[in-house]
Design a protein around this ligand. Sequence first.
Ligand code: 5AD
Length: 348
Amino acid sequence: MPDQISNVLERVFESADPSAADLEFLLNLEEHGEQELIFEFADDVRRRYVGDGIMVRGIVEFSNFCDNPCPYCGLNKNNKQVKRYRLSDEEILESVSKIAACGIKTLVLQSGEEKNLEVGRLKQIIAAVKNDYDLAVTLMVGERTCQDYGIWKQAGADRYLLKIETSSKELYDSLHGKMSFDNRIKCLNDLKELGYQTGTGNIVGLKSQTISQLAQDIRFFNRWNFDMISVSPFIPHPGTPLGNEQRADVGLTLKVLALSRIVCKDAHMPATTALECFGSDVRKKAFRCGANVIMPNFTPDTVKKLYEIYPGKRSIGDKQNVIESLKQFAAELPGRFIDTSRGDSLKK
Ligand code: 5AD
């Protein structure tokens, strides 16, 4: 059996478009020793293709207003329990200054998806950041028109994250009410064509999601040659329609992460904060099966806990001295180190 697993791993690694059958075979392995073979292979690919640095991205969650009904997300528009906030330009720039003061060279600006977010306002914020600091700017504000994406690119935005959540149109459309899978694909296409370093990702463990769909997610990441890929475990949020569902299986989540690394090779891949819900060891484990990015949170403490995508969301940036705590974290991962440089895409 170990030989067979090694052969399949080798085939998946070598192939430009790995077969669904091979990916499903690997995703279905449940025995500890068998899973470890996948994780070790992924760790080796990670070391060879993206190195030992843990890339740092400072994130500011500048608004938790959202117009979307995503039934897994605590910020969905139907959740009336959430106290909504919107940071002012000054508050955003104050958080950005803290990121810059730490020597971190990537800023991620994230918010719920709000039609009300004026294109010109975000444009000005991007321009101010680019003018005042030497920072790569990553946006994560959802689906917009190609024109809006173009204006922000023009203003200096470098990267954009838009998770597909699931590459199955059927599952996507069954979850998202009036939202459309096809529009999300269009947005990803627009972002790529505009020259953004583009990231996507999925949620593992969604209600009625199959192994076959997860295998297709990995093939989707690969076919689009994404610069960044984020794999999150589903964590039920009590204020949402999926609040009573099971949370994701941790082993399955790590297998999806590891296989995404083995297939997509040099993509940047965060250890998502949602993994912390399984304990800090799991976050650490993610860095040994493919992850190479960490995203400390610089949202002001006054509103941080209101950005509750899933319950119990925490981040490594909660401590006073962010870089020091990141270094302590990395010290527990032999051979690894904290890298605050821009960490642009490694894709050709
Ligand atoms: N569990 C895990 N991840 C979630 N997200 C939203 N809700 C949840 C949840 N309950 C992820 C989605 C979204 C990102 C901001 O957070 O992938 O794109």
